[in-house]
Write a protein that binds this ligand. Sequence first.
Ligand SMILES: [Ca+2]
Ligand SMILES: [Ca+2]
Length: 322
Amino acid sequence: MLKTISDFRVGLPANALVPPVSLAAALLCLAANGHAQDGAPAPGSTFRDCDNCPEMVVVPAGRFVMGAGDNDPAGRDDEAPAHEVAIPSFAVGRFEVTRGAFAAFVDATDWKTDDACVTYEDESWQAREGRTWRDPGFPVDDTHPVNCVTTDDVGGYLAWLSEMTGEDYRLPSEAEWEYAARAGSVTPFYFGEDKAAICDYANAADRSAKAQFPDWTWTSDCDDGHPFTAPVGSFKPNAFGLYDMTGNVWEWVADCYHDTYTGAPADGSAWTASPCERRMSRGGGLFDSPDVLRVAFRGGGKPASLDFESGFRIARSIRQDQ
Ligand SMILES: [Ca+2]
Ligand SMILES: [Ca+2]
């Protein structure tokens, strides 16, 4: 549901997209032991850095066109110009960070989160006391994505995970996120152009949400079975084996907002700003329409903002000696 950055979203189609390196092509370069020939983890392989750490997927290095191209007529100004970006191989969470994973961090560190969260209840978005990631106002368990988290909360979790594992966990850059989400696709959705397929791949505003909120006019005409968040991995993955890259919770990334991609980095690094008045988040969420679920769509909000659509997915760089 549009709420925090409606002023981000006015736009026009941009340049045509060109195909990136395919995962299949990258996989041809692999050695048999799960490592590429240079010793780095093989694209497509998975790992955990500790027994209870999030499962990570190694995505291949490649080049892709970021942003909305001619084949995405719903593209917005801030999704243009479409531009080529080179992405080194990196690892990204197979799933959104779960409530259970976040709880382990909070319990281990006594981390204090806000005791209020912006929730949608009684037909309005408001910050409500007592609503938190533990109780966002609808039924959740530890298999659901954590929500109601700020970028500070995310930073605390990443620092804890990095210290515990000795690895450099971080948020993906916005370019890394879109590369991972597209997984070689150049269509408006990473699963193609067919809006009817949304409910196969994503938990978003659907008939089950419409049943809860009959006045909503933007719901998809299909039923994903989840009016609120769904357990992570409940839907089909993308071509890189990543789940919920569209829908369920919005995912914070490392970049700050710029109103176009003119001047954006071409090396996959995060495009930051000081001050960072708005942080980007990507992927659309449980209450969003098909237009917002397009893979090029950009969302975000103040770094300290938190609502029950806001979650995250982690990334980590790959060392060549691993
Ligand atoms: Ca839904
Ligand atoms: Ca998501």
